[in-house]
Design a binder for this molecule. Structure first.
Ligand SMILES: [Mn+2]
Length: 317
């Protein structure tokens, strides 16, 4: 890990401007990490910009309102070829927020915590992909600490919210380093009320989503599967419901299957045990982590997606 920190510092110092980018549908782990990197870059007296999409989810929108004086980059032309690009919370070319910026900038560094996929960004000057890390926040906070620098309590709170989301409130992928990360964020003044505010949800959406749980059924005593209705849902809904399944008696693995657009069915898989959901999602063209993975199936009905999943589960158990 120390080597990547050295590379980061060296490269930030070598460039005048650093472009910070995460994945499409940016989440709080990604946004919190980019904010921390933003402050680090500024502390070296360099310019930084965060690549952002005009539409972001409600929690990121709330977080954006809490931080001021951040320079965002919405278009390719706002980034220069000679800038340094740091890609965080993804390493897949097809998932980055702005593919044109990725192609335009020569010097790139990738920081991620997902299981490495064949479609990774190859032409980097440095790369750190640690699938044992709970979150990108965990990687970045240790970089901040190694530099002996700080971020303000608002950014620390956003980072803590991101850490909570990525670990399903310290249930999944959590190690001593994860708790250390939380402790560091508390020391930086992270505020539980603000963190909670960022994680609050729309009541109607919550009720609609939770009603889906009645469709869940259990196979093999410990695997819960919830197939949604034919309506179109957000990808986050799948992830949330897969998580929710893990709180029921004996359930160690949760899968949620739902339409995420007219043609596409998404599956989210979460696991508390040594059941590898990443392996199954990978076989279905997706990816993620051992305990937390997802896929998207084009032109596949809910029923067909469920059948495909059940076949793979049967092979596995
Ligand atoms: Mn993440």
């Amino acid at each position: 890990m120390e080597q990547i920190y050295k590379d980061l510092t060296k490269e930030i110092k070598r460039h005048n401007c650093v472009i910070l980018m995460a994945h499409k549908n940016i989440d709080l782990d990604a946004f919190g990490s980019l904010l921390c990197l933003y402050e680090i870059v500024l502390s070296f007296n360099k310019q930084a910009k965060i690549v952002m999409n005009k539409t972001v989810n409600a929690s990121v929108k709330k977080a954006m309102r809490k931080v001021t004086d951040i320079e965002y980059c919405y278009k390719e032309k706002e980034a220069n070829e000679t800038d340094l690009l740091i890609v965080a919370d993804t390493h897949k070319e097809n998932l980055v927020e702005n593919i044109n910026i990725l192609k335009k900038i020569k010097d790139k560094i990738v920081l991620d915590h997902h299981v490495k996929d064949a479609n990774y960004i190859k032409d980097t000057i440095a790369s750190y992909i640690d699938s044992n890390a709970s979150s990108t926040v965990e990687i970045i906070i240790h970089y901040l600490k190694s530099l002996n620098k700080v971020v303000n309590p608002t950014i620390a709170s956003i980072m803590l919210a991101g850490l909570e989301i990525d670990t399903n409130s310290f249930d999944i992928k959590t190690t001593d380093k994860t708790y250390e990360t939380a402790a560091m964020l508390y020391r930086l003044g992270s505020n539980n009320a603000l963190k909670k505010e960022l994680l609050q949800q729309n009541k109607e959406e919550y009720i609609k989503r939770q009603a889906l749980l009645k469709h869940a059924h259990i196979i093999n005593k410990n695997i819960a599967i919830c197939v949604f209705t034919d309506e179109i849902y957000n990808k986050e809904d799948l992830s949330i419901i897969a998580n929710e399944l893990l709180q029921f008696d004996n359930v160690e693995v949760g899968f949620a299957i739902g339409k995420i657009d007219k043609q596409t069915t998404g599956i989210s898989g979460k696991s508390l045990s040594n059941f590898n959901v990443e392996e199954i999602m990978h076989k279905l063209g997706g990816g993620g982590h051992f305990n937390n993975a997802a896929t998207q199936l084009k032109r596949t009905t809910l029923k067909k997606a469920e059948e495909m999943l059940l076949t793979l589960i049967e092979e596995d158990i």
